[in-house]
Design a protein around this ligand. Structure first.
Ligand code: HEC
Length: 454
């Protein structure tokens, strides 16, 4: 009898496990555009964004930028390539009732497809030949981008994301040094008379690195805020511009025979308490192929220099040492929040939050989800890092040294200090116009503009 029971148990156990595995709830498919997960817009979104790590974890589905790196095979070949082409075909052919009549959703899908287009057009920028997989994607992407263009009236109706986020009162509007992990969203960032001064470099944008790395598809507005108020900030910028010999030579060393230049130690340092912000905004392409500014926000990053530093923390594997001088904050757009008219779509990054390395900003060409880690296999878990810890990697040191829009040094002799000045006109239009002027000179834009006409 006992043996019989054991046999039965031995027989049914694998069945129970198998049934349990089938019954284990799968994560619901990501469906930002329509309640029907199979709607072609949702499938198009997933075709671009849903990436899977070796352990089956899905990443990237609500990322700002699709996880596409210069050398990604994803979308360029294999199943993901075919799925994207088929879904684009279906999208372009689909009957009007399968469309979604919401300008905000069209705007977001357009800017996402634009990112894929630029990636496909550029491929690996160090190789002269476009991969055939990349080339096959370009024409249908261009058609879909044109299909999603908003009219001027629709564009005018897009939400002012920052104003909505402030009005939602979901985030405190002032910084509390006692709560360094509590995100704050200034309610006066865009006030023309407030303490945050928007910056331009001559007649162009201040955020050189961002605009170029993000291929001019979004505007980046840089703000400086000294504790003495707007006047103090403007005076400080004038002092920087008027400084005699703002750069000094670093003579060659035994290991480096180049002469480089860096900021002079005599340059005035912004005081403790100084705050920096950078606002990323969506640009869109009109039906006639003109790039337009919008108030739709993609992210806002803020750095605050503390009056009294916090305890420093040591670095470790994948952790950057933090001298405790700056508090860091970031808000990013969530599609679900945006489409629900919730806080302009903005959500705060929480302390310790992880993300994949940016596919665009200062990015490696290799795809971290495909790059062989061990035994030729891609990494099992997604190789993520701590978002707010990462800021100090690029912004180390005192207030002046961390001010990256100014401190682009070391560079070679002959380099000049960026002449940063306050933007006194409409920040959104001035900054965007400078980005558009840059973008329209680029090969990726020329290729898209040409294909959109067809
Ligand atoms: C990969 C390097 C890198 C990382 C990581 C990075 N930044 Fe920056 N950041 C820059 C550069 C470079 C600039 C200068 C603008 C430009 O040239 O585009 C900048 C500009 C800024 C500015 C505008 C003021 C200034 O310094 O010019 C703020 C504010 C800022 N970053 C905050 C952050 C925060 C907060 C984080 C972390 C969530 C972060 N940054 C992560 C490189 C980085």
């Amino acid at each position: 009898m006992a043996t019989q029971t054991r046999r039965i148990i031995a027989f049914i156990t694998p069945l129970v496990i198998a049934v349990a595995a089938i019954a284990a709830p799968l994560p619901p498919p990501v469906a930002p555009y329509d309640s029907n997960p199979d709607h072609v817009w949702n499938r198009l979104h997933r075709a671009i964004f849903a990436r899977t790590a070796g352990d089956g974890t899905q990443v990237g589905h609500d990322a700002l930028d699709p996880l596409l790196y210069g050398e990604s095979k994803f979308l360029r070949s294999g199943d993901s390539h075919k799925v994207l082409l088929d879904t684009l075909d279906e999208f372009l052919a689909s009957a009007p009732e399968r469309q979604i009549n919401d300008p905000l959703k069209s705007a977001i899908l357009q800017r996402d497809l634009w990112a894929v287009f630029d990636w496909a057009q550029r491929g690996n920028p160090y190789k002269s030949d476009r991969d055939p997989g990349n080339r096959a994607l370009m024409a249908p992407l261009a058609k879909a981008i044109r299909r999603l263009a908003l009219s001027a009236e629709q564009r005018a109706g897009l939400p002012d994301a920052l104003a909505q986020a402030v009005a939602s009162q979901q985030f405190p509007s002032s910084y509390d040094p006692e709560k360094p992990h509590q995100p704050f969203l200034p309610d006066d960032l865009l006030s023309p008379t407030g303490p945050w001064v928007a910056l331009a470099e001559g007649d162009t944008f201040a955020a050189k690195t961002h605009v170029v790395d993000f291929r001019g598809r979004t505007a980046f507005d840089v703000f400086l805020n000294l504790p003495g108020g707007r006047k103090a900030t403007i005076n400080y910028l004038a002092a920087l511009r008027e400084a005699k010999n703002p750069l000094v030579n670093i003579p060659p060393t035994a290991t480096d025979n180049r002469t480089l230049v860096r900021l002079s130690p005599d340059l005035p340092e912004p005081p403790k308490g100084t705050r920096f912000a950078i606002l990323r905004r969506t640009l869109l392409i009109d039906g006639d192929g003109t790039i337009r500014s919008t108030p739709v926000v993609e992210s806002l990053q803020i750095r605050v220099f503390r009056d009294r530093p916090r305890a420093a923390t040591r670095g470790g594997p994948n952790v950057i040492p933090d001298p405790g001088e700056q508090d860091r904050f970031e808000f990013v757009r969530s599609r679900a929040k945006l489409f629900a008219s919730d806080a302009g779509g903005l959500r705060a990054i929480i302390a310790g939050e992880q993300e994949m390395p940016s596919p665009l900003f200062r990015a490696h060409l290799f795809d971290p989800l495909e790059f062989p880690e061990r035994d030729g296999q891609p990494p099992s878990a997604p190789p993520t890092h701590d978002v707010l810890n990462q800021c100090v990697a690029c912004h180390p040191g005192g207030p002046l040294q961390t001010f990256q829009s100014l401190n682009r040094f070391p560079a070679y002799p002959g380099a000049t200090l960026p002449r940063l000045a306050a933007i006194e006109s409409n920040i959104f239009e001035t900054d965007a116009a400078a980005v558009v002027a840059w973008k329209t000179q680029q090969e990726d834009w020329k290729a898209l503009a040409e294909l959109m006409k067809k």
